[in-house]
Design a protein around this ligand. Sequence first.
Ligand SMILES: Cc1cc2nc3c(=O)[nH]c(=O)nc-3n(C[C@H](O)[C@H](O)[C@H](O)COP(=O)(O)OP(=O)(O)OC[C@H]3O[C@@H](n4cnc5c(N)ncnc54)[C@H](O)[C@@H]3O)c2cc1C
Length: 441
Amino acid sequence: MTTFQRKRVVIVGAGFGGLSAAIALSRSPVEVLLLDRNNYHTFSPLLHQVATAELEPELIAYPIRKVLRKYPHVQFATAGVKRIDVASKFVETSNSLITYDYLILACGSSSHFCGVPGAIEYSYPLKTLKEAVTLRNHILRCLEQATEEADPSRKRQLLTFTIVGGGATGVEFAGSLAELIFDSLVKDYPGLDLNQARVILFQSGDTLLPEMPKHLSIYAQKQLERKGVEVILQTRVSQVTSDAVYLENQRLIRTSTVVWTAGVRGNYLAEGWGLPTSKNGQVEVLPTLQLSDYPQVYVVGDLASVQQDGQKLLMLAQVAMQQGKTAANNITRHIKGRTALQLRYRHSGTLAIIGRNAAVGDLGKLTMTGFLAWILWLYIHVVNLVGVRNRLIVIINWLYSYFFQKRVVGLIFPREETSPFYRGRLTSEFYRREEGETWKN
Ligand SMILES: Cc1cc2nc3c(=O)[nH]c(=O)nc-3n(C[C@H](O)[C@H](O)[C@H](O)COP(=O)(O)OP(=O)(O)OC[C@H]3O[C@@H](n4cnc5c(N)ncnc54)[C@H](O)[C@@H]3O)c2cc1C
């Protein structure tokens, strides 16, 4: 009898790229070990709705083991990878060394604070589920504190919410936050004049949504302004403190909330692991997604710097998923003695929601705005969400918010994460120690 030894593929990261690679490899003659520091997959396109109390966090996360039930040759372990050694072909977690024949790195991106003093310590990023919950807690706590506050200037500060970065995440968050504050919560805070509240969106460039055609950017800006968002273009933030945001033109705005959506870069870990990285921390790979010196190592998703037709691919879920499939396919081809194929990314379009009945869509030759784009956005997001129960409850939540103009979530939980001091200290230590961000005092 011939014994057949399956090759081992280790995948680091069970986000969009890693999970699609694992599923694509499930029919190949390999053993797959998927590692993630969390035991769940996060559907990040809906993070802003968690942060604005529209969805419970559990609805946009799904246990990875449940996704993988159907695939006997794909194993999963909850483990944060600390180090990789591409020469000796192993990855190191906090309690084990794992060898591999092929490695797929899919550990995503990190928020980039662009060296702005105080941004790491005092702003609220929106990249992970934990950050979305922390931000939601903070917003609700500001409103609670404002109801008790006797000092009018401190009350104004608590009711001023600023967002830095007018890309898709900033726009979607700003629209949803404005609806939360100016529509949904009015009846819950009868003693608070929410007309005093401000939602301010800063964008360094001259348009919002710079990746989209100009008329869509203009539409998005008008819709946000109609919802009460103050859009401030061509303005850079120069410093963030615990009670203010400073602008380059020497102005300062007193605020207890600065949400940071202005920058994304490849996961800091890649540099620490000695991989060849570009200026924004992404790993330089061949068009086949392999490292040039170590072809058994593939990099996919936000972590990979890949050009196609002279243009750098954006950090998008659909890019990550297609790259995951290409890396899986190339590993299968290599095992069968065939050469690796180059990625051929097919872009299916971009959508951004601004709020109730308003969204923009850039589908290549076709662009759309308004109700139709909004329905398409809802449909695409619910269809791509993992888990039938999650999809059903998300639809129910959306219908409830739409018809009753109320948010389903109102709890501030857990308490300790919402303290600015605790959060600031935790974040700065985390970035300095774990991710090597230079932090000047
Ligand atoms: C708020 C927000 C909204 C977005 N909206 C959209 C949208 O509408 N459409 C769109 O196409 N894209 C959107 N994106 C971008 C999209 O989410 C990313 O491009 C996509 O998630 C990238 O996939 P990935 O697999 O590279 O990384 P991720 O999906 O981020 O997954 C990385 C995984 O690696 C794990 N990990 C990291 N480090 C380690 C480690 N050391 N050890 C073990 N595991 C590790 C993480 O836990 C995570 O599960 C959005 C992103 C954000 C933050």
